[in-house]
Design a protein around this ligand. Structure first.
Ligand code: SF4
Length: 400
């Protein structure tokens, strides 16, 4: 079950309806989203952390250059299986997201506005749109339930009616996206923060949503929390002696030993030195009774199967790494050279795909081989330190 812990900021309204929203936040004032984002140095909350003002300006410039009105896409696809923050936001505070869409659409002069979200959220969102005078201006799109569905060019392809696969980046989405028009794909949390900034909230750009996964009294627990950027990880995620390691950022993220993770500030400056990033906003505390190698092998198997298989690194590299990790995850002597081969393949993949899927997967694998190195040695001698094989990280069964 996913619960919401924060009662401060994005989740202040007591319910998702328009009356509660208006009573809590008041009307949406007119404001220039570029100026708002630039003044607050707002960065995108979809994973890449790109400066929002730069992205907004680039689409506006492309619209002028091509003389075509831009398309605005609110991205709530959240294909990352371990993440829940965008779904919770769309369920709990949909009108902040819709305000953000309205604000940016006006600022950009976008006449085509799309909100993409998992299919099960669409009926609720349709009800929220029906409450608004500007609701008819937004069309809802059911995002494909796949890992890469939130990648911006894959989402654009999906909206265009093509398979939801990343497209070539030779011509970026900001220049030629939905229907060949300049397109801004903006994460829903970023939109909601712009809606708060338009109301004079100067603090919101310094906060972020995270999805926490941990074990409480031997029971899996997932919740969504709004935190100040820079908060120590150990203050956000329960990290007692029963935690073996922490996954930061999600399935394109980084494993860290619990002792290292505890004091790390949760922002770019704090995480970059250890090779980590907030990414999709996932913080997962691996219980000490699980095997980090086995968990990583399951996730990498899923990631390899989730690729479009249209570039060399995904066609050849990821399946090989996934198969090799599955062997390492067994408590049995692996073939000689297997570990060396994995490291070599990891070195060959980055910067060679049409999207960052191989790079992110390799980041996860490399961090696992480092953090779980003692486990690799233990497995090679036919043993495993885990006391249960029960999976911890969620991996959907159905993939391409
Ligand atoms: S790198 Fe992989 S996931 Fe990305 S477009 Fe190429 S085949 Fe698809």
């Amino acid at each position: 079950m996913t619960t919401v812990l924060s009662t401060h900021g994005l989740f202040d309204a007591p319910g998702p309806g328009l009356p509660e929203h208006r009573a809590t936040f008041g009307p949406l004032p007119g404001a220039d989203p570029v100026e708002l984002a630039a003044a607050a140095e707002l960065t995108g909350r979809g994973g890449a952390g790109f400066p929002t003002a730069v992205k907004l300006r680039s689409v506006a410039d492309a619209a002028v250059a091509t003389r075509r009105s831009p398309v605005l896409v609110g991205n709530g696809a959240e294909g990352e299986p371990a993440a829940a923050k965008d779904a919770v936001l769309l369920s709990r505070a949909p009108h902040l997201v819709l305000d953000g869409l309205s604000l940016v659409a006006r600022g950009l002069g976008a006449t085509d506005v799309v909100l993409a979200a998992p299919e099960h959220l669409l009926p609720g969102l349709a009800a929220r749109l029906a409450e608004r005078p500007d609701g008819a201006a937004v069309r809802l799109h059911p995002a494909a339930a796949e890992f890469l569905s939130g990648e911006e060019s894959a989402l654009v392809a999906d909206i265009d009616g093509d398979p939801p696969l990343p497209r070539s980046k030779l011509v970026p989405v900001r220049e030629r996206g939905v229907d060949g028009r300049p397109t801004l794909v903006q994460n829903v949390e970023t939109l909601a923060r712009l809606a708060l900034m338009a109301r004079g909230d100067r603090e919101t750009s310094g906060r972020t949503l995270v999805t926490r996964r941990f074990q409480r009294n031997r029971t899996p627990w997932t919740d969504v929390l709004e935190i100040p950027l820079g908060a120590p990880l150990g203050d956000v995620l329960p990290l007692d002696s029963h935690v073996r390691a922490v996954l930061v950022g999600g399935y394109h993220g980084t494993w860290l030993p619990a002792a290292v993770a505890r004091g790390l500030p949760l922002d770019r400056a704090g995480l970059e030195p250890v090779g980590a990033a907030l990414g999709a906003g996932v913080l997962a505390a691996l219980p000490a009774d699980r095997c980090g190698l086995r968990e990583t092998a399951r996730v990498v198997g899923y990631l390899a199967a989730s690729s479009a298989g249209q570039c060399g690194p995904c066609l050849n590299g990821l399946p090989r790494i996934a198969a090799a990790l599955a062997v390492l995850a067994r408590a049995a002597t692996p073939p000689p050279q297997l570990l060396t081969d994995i490291w070599r393949w990891c070195g060959l993949l980055p910067d060679r795909g049409a999207c960052r899927h191989p790079d992110g997967t390799v980041r996860l694998v490399a961090s696992a081989l480092g953090v779980f190195a003692p486990e690799v040695r233990l497995h090679a001698s036919g043993r495993c330190s885990a006391t249960t094989t029960r999976p911890f990280l969620p991996v959907p069964g159905a993939v391409r």
